[in-house]
Every structure is written in C-alpha cells, then in structure tokens.
Design a binder for this molecule. Structure first.
Ligand SMILES: NC(=O)c1ccc[n+]([C@@H]2O[C@H](COP(=O)([O-])OP(=O)(O)OC[C@H]3O[C@@H](n4cnc5c(N)ncnc54)[C@H](OP(=O)(O)O)[C@@H]3O)[C@@H](O)[C@H]2O)c1
Length: 237
C-alpha cells in the first residue's frame, strides 16, 4: 500500500499487548484503526491510551463467536466504509501437561486462537476483496517449535500457521495479501504477566507494530508470507 493515510484497519484483541502496540503504530501512519476485546471496560482503557480521535474506534467482540465478529465488521464498515487491513491477533495461552489440561482451557485456546482467526477472516473477507487489502495473523514461534506443557497452545499456533499459509494461496488471486507473524517472547500481559523492567530483553509490542507497518508498505509485487521474530538476546538465566 503506497499511502496508508486513511486506510482502515481492524485489530482483534487490541485492548493490550501486541494488538495495542500495532494500533499505535498504524495510527501514527494516519490510518483509521478499530480495536476489539471482550469487555467494554478494557476497550475504554485502551482508547484512553490511544487518544481521543476520529481515527480510532473500539468494538466489543468475542472472536470465538462468528455472529459477534460479523457485527464488529458491520460496525466498522458502516462507520468508515470498508476495511483494508484485518489483523487476527486475539489469543490466549494456558500451559500445562496434557494429562492435566482442562477441557475448558483446551476449548478456549482452540476457539480463540484458531477458530477466532477463521471467524475474523470469514466476516471480513468480502471487505478485503473490495479493497484488495491485507490479512495478517499473529501466530507464534510456538507454531513451529513444540515444548513440554505446550500441547494445547502448540496445536493452535501450528494450526494457525498452516491456516494462514493456505489462506494466502486462496486469496492471492483476489489481490489480497496474507502474512503470518510469528513472534517469540513479547513483553505483554500474556498469561497474566505484568510488563515491567524484567521484560526489557523481550520484543516490545511496538516492535511488532513496526513490522506490520513495514509489511503494509512493501511493494505490492512482493509478499513476505511468514515472518519469524525473536529477541536478539534471549534471557537464558
Ligand atoms: N506475548 C508473547 O510472548 C507472544 C508471543 C507470540 C505470540 N503471541 C500472540 O500474540 C497475540 C496477542 O497476545 P499478547 O501477548 O498481546 O497478550 P495480551 O497482552 O494478553 O493481549 C491479548 C489480547 O487478546 C484479547 N482477547 C483474548 N481473548 C479474546 C477473545 N475471545 N475475543 C477478543 N479478544 C480477545 C484481549 O482482550 P480482552 O482481554 O480485553 O478481551 C487482549 O486484547 C496472541 O495471539 C498470542 O498468542 C504472544
């Protein structure tokens, strides 16, 4: 996209962490940005951080519910006409040995991290066809590296990487770009973390925002479809 000014982005799970970092980066380019989350209270707090402006809106939506996502997309398109950039970022993680992982945790991860990305695309794909836009997913290095206690989370992120790559092949003929960003450790609220100086060695949310801006600005002929991102100096303790 040559000129990002006034292009419209929808970021799922934009109330904190990576989604909020991407929202800040896109707003700084002059884009209009909609964020979602499950609770109005979290959306209000995020909007405060993003600053009052006609270029920002928040929608309450649970990505695991296709009706909720369809309504979110309708609310954004009725406000701003169309969507150019759709970012499936919302995600949750529960780490525990597979023999003790609860059914609830398994279901929530699958429904948020995997079905949620499908629901967001399903609800927004016609909009992207009209805009010849961009669909991005935030997967993880856990989508290529498995680890003990990660069976549920690994399943969703391995699945999300495969889903995104196959969707890229399906949507390319419509001039829709599709990329999967796969971060390592990012300083966010993920799994109840409270970001502080102990997280300084990690990737920061704004760095993922910068990667998204770079991808959007890439010449249309070129598509980095799968991007692995890791801390330069991991905390090896
Ligand atoms: N942090 C890392 O190290 C890391 C590394 C690689 C990949 N990731 C991925 O990055 C994405 C963002 O995570 P984060 O690290 O930024 O975590 P975070 O700080 O906990 O933020 C998660 C976001 O997802 C939203 N969310 C959760 N479930 C949702 C649902 N069902 N519907 C709508 N929104 C929902 C939350 O909003 P509400 O709570 O307001 O609903 C929040 O805005 C996830 O997909 C995660 O797997 C994270």
């Amino acid at each position: 996209m040559k000129n990002l000014n006034n292009k419209v982005a929808y970021i799922t799970g934009g109330t904190k962490g990576i989604g909020l970092g991407i929202a800040k980066a896109l707003l700084s380019t002059g884009m209009k940005v909609a964020i979602s989350g499950r609770k109005q209270q979290n959306i209000d707090l995020a909007l405060e951080q993003l600053g009052e402006s006609d270029n920002v809106m928040g929608v309450v939506s649970d990505v695991s519910d296709i009706l909720s996502e369809t309504r979110a997309i309708e609310a954004i398109t009725s406000q701003w006409g169309n969507i150019d950039v759709l970012i499936a970022n919302a995600g949750v993680g529960y780490f525990s040995p597979i023999d003790t992982m609860s059914q609830e945790q398994w279901n929530e991860m699958i429904e948020t991290n995997l079905t949620g990305a499908f629901n967001t695309l399903k609800a927004g794909v016609e909009s992207l066809k009209r805009s010849e836009g961009y669909y991005l997913t935030i997967a993880s290095l856990a989508g290529v590296n498995f680890f003990a206690q990660g069976a549920g989370y690994n399943a969703t992120k391995f699945g999300l990487v495969g889903f995104t790559q196959a969707a890229m092949l399906d949507l390319r003929p419509h001039n829709i770009k599709v990329s999967c960003i796969m971060p390592g450790s990012v300083a966010t609220h993920f799994r109840g973390n409270i970001p502080s100086s102990k997280d300084d060695w990690k990737i920061q949310a704004e760095d993922i925002g910068q990667i998204v801006v770079d991808l959007l600005r890439m010449p249309h002929r070129t598509l980095p479809s799968k991007i692995e991102v890791r801390p330069t100096r991991p905390d090896l303790k």
